[in-house]
Design a protein around this ligand. Structure first.
Ligand code: 6PG
Length: 628
């Protein structure tokens, strides 16, 4: 088979070097810039604005032609090749089938603007007119207008020339489909695969390509081997299938078709230990497996999610451009995507994110409950109150959607009142609580939030209990400002617990997670993005313990009495407020220098001779008492 040679032509400033380098990187083949082949006398002439003659170019074209013919591993050459005769000379003696011409063209004004922006180049703008006058429109090869972005141009080259694609997506459910559309909108050439299940999932990829204009150049597959073959190596394959056995099944089916160095990414909410097991399996085959936490729901996937990657740094370096391009951007324009750490770090922090999310949602449900049921507000009034809070520094995505939900009507009724209170969950919250127990991390708020969902799910039992008991009735006297400050403080405690949980895991697994960087990634795109997260990012850069940062001292000191009064007032309610109450317990507990746990230690020693340490012996020596 002949070695492919791609020659990208165009006047100076048309972007041929940029496109050429991108194409060479994509094809993993060498790149050369014809400018580097000019003899010094040509460069001197051009530098002072003198156009080259055919005679000046003769030696240069000869040298380039010789260079092309020496290539053994393919080549992408960026060369102005303005005239047909120059192009003929470049291609002399080169197998016609292996020679691919890509011609970039555009308006002189556009090229001029680009040249003015270009910092380091010997070619002055004044030579542009001569370049345009010399340029002869080619009658063969691929002609591409340069008004598009470099990524779009590359995608057009890949799809028109049927070159291997850049990214593969497996599984076109809502998240997979939206991530694929996001990739395509940002100029990536894609291969899409969805399994075929007769009657339920047929031609899913093909239909997506037909339905969404941005996917029209994507290649659709129902055959996994063909899908794999269509991808450039090392292959970058994003799995968007249900967490659990489906990931194992797809990964196992992929392995025989993959080659050394290929990278498989799992973008679902997988358990981090499963990810680590799959990484070990991938390594046995010379492959890479990255656990990619993706947050932001459907709209995040389409418009820019937060992406938390875990695994091999070398593999991440190869997928970083893609993931960081599709990710949300922070206030400084930096991508909300990064390598969080090795192994299962990415999926672990995604699990912790979801745990924080559970408690944030539960806190909002409790605030709503207090305002609506204990203070008698209508949903619209609750929404108005929360909207004021949002304007007053409490802005968050979850608050924003809560306000929208509270105002949503179905006819003249609030839709919310027609929604069953049986809370569901998909598992990440339970995993977080289990992992916290294993680590010894006091993750009380997210665990209370999880258990509140369990209580809510037992609707029949609640109905029976409600019929069996009449709760003692008291008037709840609660100040709205206290509730607001209690909510603010409870959120800080929740975030404190979440980051502490991650820090403990990071130390245990030696993941070296940068908490501030993680908070930065969570400032946009994800479900728990908020103004608080912006502040957390700054505080965590200076203190791994959020609540010990001096910047929070004032707020904690001021809001603490509000949390006490709120919890006290709500203790007279017939409704449950586990997260607010847990926040106060957590704060009281973690600020108690001498806890009642000495009694626990004494009890353990009494019935089980489990030994205890003494406060009057700092050596750590263990003691036992014969209690009877
Ligand atoms: C996100 C969400 C997302 C999903 C949750 C829902 O970050 O985009 O967390 O991952 O909505 O998994 O979880 P539950 O069904 O357990 O509430």
């Amino acid at each position: 088979m002949s070695i492919p040679i791609f020659i990208i032509t165009g006047v100076s400033g048309s972007g041929k070097t940029t496109i050429g380098q991108m194409l060479a990187t994509h094809l993993a083949c060498p790149f050369a810039d014809a400018d580097a082949f000019h003899p010094p006398e040509n460069i001197s002439k051009m530098s002072v604005g003198i156009a080259l003659t055919d005679a000046d170019r003769a030696g240069w074209l000869l040298a380039l032609n010789q260079y092309i013919r020496q290539q053994k591993n393919g080549l992408v050459l960026a060369c102005s090749a303005l005239k047909q005769t120059y192009r003929d000379q470049l291609g002399q003696g080169v197998d016609e089938d292996s020679l691919h011409w890509i011609h970039l063209y555009g308006e002189m004004d556009l090229v001029r603007r680009r040249m003015v922006e270009r910092k380091v180049h010997f070619m002055p703008e004044s030579l542009l007119v001569s370049q345009f006058n010399t340029w002869e429109k080619p009658d063969s090869g691929l002609l591409i207008p340069i008004s598009q972005t470099p990524e779009e141009i590359l995608r057009q080259i890949i799809s028109t020339m049927a070159l291997p694609t850049q990214w593969g997506v497996v599984g076109l459910g809502v998240m997979g489909l939206n991530l694929a559309r996001n990739f395509a909108r940002r100029g990536f050439a894609l291969s899409l695969y969805n399994r075929r299940l007769a009657g339920t999932e047929e031609k899913v990829a093909e239909k997506a390509v037909a339905q969404y204009p941005e996917l029209q150049e994507a290649q659709a597959f129902e055959s996994l081997p063909d899908f794999v073959q269509s991808l450039a190596r090392p292959r970058k394959i994003l799995l968007m299938v249900n967490a659990g056995t489906a990931v194992d099944q797809v990964f196992e089916a992929l392995i025989p078709h993959l080659t050394l160095g290929d990278i498989v990414m799992d973008g679902g909410n997988s358990h981090y230990e499963d990810t680590q097991r799959r990484q070990a399996e991938a390594a046995r085959h010379g492959l890479f497996f990255l656990g990619v936490g993706v947050s932001g729901g459907e709209s995040g996937a389409l418009n820019g999610p937060a992406i938390m990657c875990g695994g091999d740094a070398q593999a991440y370096a190869q997928v970083a451009t893609g993931l960081e391009t599709i990710a949300a951007k922070d206030t400084g324009g930096q991508a909300c995507a990064a390598l969080i750490g090795p192994g299962g770090a990415g999926h672990f922090v995604k699990m912790a994110h979801n745990g924080i999310e559970y408690a944030e949602m539960q806190l909002l449900a409790e605030v709503y409950s207090a305002l609506r049921w204990d203070l008698g507000y209508t949903p619209d009034e609750v929404a108005d109150t929360l909207a004021h809070w949002a304007e007053d520094g409490l802005q968050s995505y979850l608050l924003e959607i809560t306000i929208a939900i509270l105002r949503h009507r179905e006819g003249s009724d609030w839709l919310l009142d027609k929604i069953s209170d049986k809370a569901a969950h998909k598992g990440t919250g339970s995993w977080a609580s289990i992992a916290a127990s294993e680590l010894g991390a006091p993750l009380t708020m997210m665990t209370e939030a999880l258990f509140a969902r369990f209580v809510a799910a037992l609707r029949d039992n609640r109905q029976a209990m409600a019929a069996a008991y009449v709760t003692p009735h008291h008037q709840v006297v609660l100040d709205q400002q206290d509730l607001k400050q209690a909510y603010q403080l409870a959120r800080w405690i929740n975030h404190h617990q979440g980051f502490q949980f991650i820090q403990l895991a990071s130390e245990q697994h030696d993941w070296q997670v940068n908490l501030s960087e993680l908070a930065r990634i969570w400032t946009n795109g994800c479900i728990i993005r908020s103004e608080l997260m912006q502040q957390a990012r700054e505080y965590l850069a200076e203190s791994l313990d959020l609540l010990l940062h001096p910047g929070l001292r004032n707020a904690v000191t001021t809001f603490w009495p509000s949390l006490q009064r709120t919890v006290s007032a709500l203790s007279y309610s017939s409704r449950a407020y586990p997260c607010l109450m847990s926040a106060l317990a957590a704060l009281n507990g973690s600020t108690t220098a001498n806890a009642a746990a000495h009694l626990i230690q004494a009890q353990r020693d009494y019935f089980g001779a489990h030994l205890y340490e003494r406060v009057d012996d700092p050596s750590g020596k263990k003691y036992h008492t014969h209690w009877i």
